[in-house]
Ligand binder design. Structure first.
Ligand code: ADP
Ligand code: MG
Length: 729
């Protein structure tokens, strides 16, 4: 039975390292060669059309049909020259991956003459039907049409001879069925209020963009070993497997030298990413064996999200070429670190200022503090929503597992910055300031960069950490679409900035100067958001108790956490800013909860299958060997000797029998629990039944099997073991 495992192991061990073909030119020359970026636009479009398109990209201006036709013609010429044969609208449905339906450029005339066609209407809008994508009940079958509409702010690109046009995906009735639509809406409200606040400090600011720099963690596994594990293939994680005696305890993998085979994979993936304009910057070994990370240089958030999804796909494809499989699951292996997608977030003005970077003078530092403090407050007020945006069946295993932040959302500032905020809070009087007080406070604020200069504070246990010039949202899972958390963060911060402006204006109306009004509101906002600031160890039990005292929520269950989408407070936030309607929020909740249930259902079925068809027969086989052995002993030894010699073996036979009975019983109980859950009528009670009645069996069954793995003959064990999967590349 173990032949598949040994064959796989042999294949993996004999794998040759694929040689990478490097382009003959340097990276800067082929960077974005497959992207219809500004340079290509300029080349393939008339001056007038180019300017109109840039205006649409930068200011969101509308493009009429005639212009769209001209853009389509230019794009087509470029794509055909690059060898493209097809085009597709490329969008982000609510599945966490991307969707595409390819159409050929090919057309026939009535005289059967063949030509290539692509016009404005095909560029701007498509009706891909796509009725099988999740919609959370928004689309009834009679109005099942879904539309994709071009997002000019993210450039078209060519993958494998297909021109991909980034689009939003909406229903016939206009509801968002994707991540991009609300992301764009959230970016635009944040721009509105952040620009308004920035103009308190610099009247020239016209636009504020959100920047996102993602760090993508993943595991690599040899293809043969992967294929010999049905759990990895079907669920993305191992449902069984005894820990390897050595895994990450020696801390020798993190930042270790990159294995040659992996390096070749990374190099090829980077070349492909560069051709698509994705600026991958960093690569390194992560904490767990076979775990790696790549990080891209930050970009405008909409583009960064598109690039992350595209990069994930490129990595997936290139991995296969190297006979590797990439695992994006948040917790593919029990007992070792899981994977995240740290999302570095900041705001930048069109005048080139990073709003979360301390500045050179008191004014720019006051601006920095304004954005810092308002972000803290937004995170505090909408922590439940932020959590809802990152929970999933996979992330549930990672969060709070002593390697990732807990389910409590807190903000880390670093001791120095924290102290600065405390001082400011104390020094700003509740009533009017004397000119002296004002000067002193301003001087203090001016000193922030010096104080922070050697601030190397890093807190890896915080879900939302300030890292010197940006916030790093560390709780985000590796497999999902980072837009989900960006939508919440952007909208919450936009909302807080709006409140900030209202409060500042109210005080100014009372006759206070702008600066003083800002300081006063900051003081109040610092006081109000204090409970969310935590500088200590987020993994400790003390923090759980402390957080409780502070009134911070700690919701571990996915289904409970997702309810935040349905809160009155959340609906108001999203509706007030036109980011998501109540109907769209309910739909998102339903899609997520349904997905969670389905994942548990699949895991449960796969586990049941592996247990009954792979593990139990193996164990019985091994038990038979022991029985034969005991029978043999009985034949050759006298009764007294036999009793002494066979004792231990008989114990094992007994233990195995008991384990098999228990495993079979628990598998059957799990199946019945599933059946019972499926028969419930209400969606929420089904999910609760899966979480509370089905899921607990996973660990119970696993415990027995993982201990059997230690005693059953290695030659018979059917599934590649952790020590093999994690140390064979
Ligand atoms: P670390 O592992 O120490 O967090 P990395 O170099 O792996 O650092 O990742 C840092 C990420 O933060 C990169 O993607 C980088 O581009 C991004 N980043 C830096 N400055 C900003 C910014 N102003 N806005 C958004 N992201 C940023
Ligand atoms: Mg990081």
């Amino acid at each position: 039975m173990a032949t598949l495992r040994f064959q796989a192991l042999k294949e993996a061990l004999n794998r040759e390292i694929k040689t990478v073909e490097f382009p003959s030119t340097s990276c800067s020359e082929y960077f974005a060669i497959n992207v219809f970026d500004k340079k290509k636009m300029q080349k393939y479009l008339s001056k007038d059309v180019f300017h109109k398109l840039i205006n649409a990209i930068e200011q969101g201006a509308n493009l009429d049909r005639k212009i769209a036709d001209q853009i389509a013609t230019g794009m087509k010429s470029w794509a055909l020259e690059r060898g493209a044969t097809h085009y597709t609208h490329w969008f982000h449905p609510l599945t966490d991956s991307t969707a595409e339906k390819h159409d050929s450029f090919l057309e026939l005339t009535l005289n059967e003459e063949v030509f290539e066609s692509f016009d404005g209407s095909k560029l701007v809008q498509q009706e891909p039907d796509a009725s099988s994508l999740p919609t959370g009940g928004i689309r009834n079958t009679f109005e099942a049409r879904g539309y994709t509409a071009w997002d000019p702010s993210s450039p078209a690109f060519i993958v494998n001879k297909t021109l991909c046009i980034p689009t939003i995906f909406i229903s016939y009735t206009g509801e968002a069925l994707d991540y991009k639509t609300p992301l764009l809406r959230s970016l635009s409200v944040l721009d509105k209020y952040a620009s308004e606040v920035s103009r308190y400090f610099d009247a020239d600011v016209k636009k504020v963009i959100t920047t996102l720099g993602w760090e993508q963690e993943y595991f690599l596994i040899d293809e043969a070993l992967y294929n010999a594990r049905p759990d990895l293939v079907l669920t993305g994680r191992t449902l069984l497997g005894h820990a390897s005696a050595k895994d990450q305890q020696l801390q020798d993998h993190y930042f270790g030298s990159i294995p040659q085979r992996v390096e070749a994979f990374m190099q090829e993936a980077e070349i492909e990413s560069y051709k698509l304009g994705i600026p991958l910057k960093t690569r390194h070994n992560e904490v767990a064996p076979n775990q790696f990370e790549c990080a891209s240089i930050f970009q405008e958030a909409n583009l960064a999200v598109d690039q992350n999804l595209l990069a994930m796909e490129i990595l997936r494809r290139v991995a296969r070429k190297h006979k590797l499989r990439i695992i994006y699951h948040e917790k593919p292996f029990k007992g070792i670190n899981g994977s995240a997608k740290h999302s570095n977030w900041s705001l930048a003005t069109d005048t080139g200022v990073n709003l979360l970077k301390p500045g050179k003078n008191p004014k720019s530092n006051l601006q920095f503090l304004t954005f810092l403090v308002n972000t803290m407050k937004a995170v505090y007020d909408y922590s439940d929503l932020l959590r809802a945006s990152i929970v999933s069946a996979g992330n549930e295993y990672r969060l709070g597992a002593n390697e990732a932040p807990p389910a409590i959302i807190s903000v880390f500032l670093g001791s120095k910055l924290s102290k600065i905020l405390d001082d400011i809070e104390k020094r700003i009087p509740a009533d009017a300031m004397t000119p002296n007080e004002k000067t002193e406070i301003k001087l203090d604020i001016g000193r922030i960069p010096e104080i922070l200069l050697d601030n190397t504070d890093r807190n890896r246990t915080s879900p939302f950490a300030f890292t010197g010039n940006r916030f790093e949202f560390r709780a985000v899972g590796s497999s999902g679409n980072s837009a989900a958390s960006m939508i919440v963060l952007n909208t919450a911060v936009a909302n807080q900035l709006k409140i900030f402006i209202e409060e500042v204006e109210k005080i100014r109306k009372k006759g206070f100067k702008k600066d003083e009004a800002i300081l006063k509101v900051l003081r109040k906002t610092i006081t109000a958001s204090k409970p969310v600031v935590f500088e200590g160890n987020g993994y400790s039990n003390d923090w759980v108790n402390e957080a409780k005292k502070r009134g911070l929520t700690n919701i571990k269950s996915v289904q409970e956490a997702l309810k935040a989408y349905l809160d009155k407070k959340s609906i108001e936030l999203f509706e007030n800013h036109g980011v998501l309607t109540k109907k769209e929020l309910i739909a998102r909740y339903e899609v997520k909860i349904e997905k969670y249930k389905k994942q548990l259902q699949i895991e449960s079925r796969v586990l049941g299958d592996i247990v009954l068809n792979h593990i139990v027969p193996t164990i019985i086989q091994y038990q038979n060997l022991l029985i034969e052995n005991v029978k043999g002993l009985k034949e050759i030894f006298n009764k007294d000797e036999f009793e002494v010699l066979a004792d231990a073996r008989i114990d094992i036979i007994r233990d195995i029998s008991l384990s098999v009975s228990t495993i079979k019983l628990k598998s059957e109980q799990m199946r019945l629990a599933r059946k019972k859950a499926n028969n419930l009528t209400n969606c929420e009670s089904i999910v609760i039944a899966y979480a509370k009645e089905v899921k607990p069996f996973f660990e119970q069954i696993r415990e027995y099997i993982d201990s059997l793995e230690r005693i059953v003959d290695n030659e018979l064990w059917p599934l590649p073991k952790y020590r093999e999967i994690l140390f064979t590349i």
